[in-house]
Design a protein. Structure first.
Length: 202
């Protein structure tokens, strides 16, 4: 895991949950509101933790930050499942996205925020492929390695993000243009304000 892992904090108390971190892809999605988190805590206290918390091998949470906070409040040891695949970003997105009730334009904003993660993932895949196969044997790769997000290679990262979030690459591109034209817009308020993006251009 890279150094960009982030602590998981109870939004109501500001307490850091020791020994646990959020994957940046999970952190694209906001934590539950205080009343929602209170309700979740009460439900887990009554019915137990129904859905396990998904993590990587190093206790980085891919899905389940709110459930983890609720368990911590109750002093309960959470049930954990470890993801064994090779695409942490897309897995974290898929697990978190279906629980959110977002408009397409809002989803596109979050998809745009994931571009840097897909770019970094691509760079890591390229580096690993280079170590394994070297530069002289590109045909030995079983499938193309996604390109990094720099210059003309940007659309590929954009399209991967769009596919993960089930929105069009065109809509993600529109968000990118808005972000470049108005870089002073607050990240979180932009996510919540769908008026910045037109869903008619999906």
């Amino acid at each position: 895991m890279t150094d960009d892992r982030r602590p998981i904090i109870d939004p109501a108390t500001g307490e850091i949950i020791d020994g646990w971190y959020a994957h940046p892809a999970a952190d694209l999605f906001p934590m539950a509101q205080p009343d929602e988190l209170d309700s979740l805590t009460a439900d887990i206290e009554k019915n137990g933790l129904v859905e396990a918390i998904w993590t990587s091998d190093d206790n980085v949470v891919l899905d389940g930050r709110n459930r983890l906070v609720a368990c911590h409040r109750l002093g309960k040891q959470p049930t954990v499942r470890r993801y064994r695949g090779d695409d942490l970003v897309t897995f974290a997105v898929s697990q978190n996205l279906h629980r959110r009730h977002l408009e397409k334009s809002q989803v596109a904003v979050v998809a745009h925020e994931s571009l840097a993660l897909y770019a970094e993932q691509s760079r890591q895949l390229q580096a690993e492929a280079g170590k394994r196969f070297g530069t002289a044997h590109p045909k030995e790769l079983e499938e193309p390695v996604p390109q990094a997000l720099d210059g003309k290679r940007a659309p590929q990262a954009r399209d991967r993000a769009a596919a993960a979030f089930n929105v069009s690459g065109r809509l993600v591109g529109q968000v990118d243009r808005v972000a470049k034209q108005a870089p002073d817009l607050d990240r979180k308020s932009t996510r919540l304000n769908s008026s910045h993006v037109s869903e008619s251009r999906m």
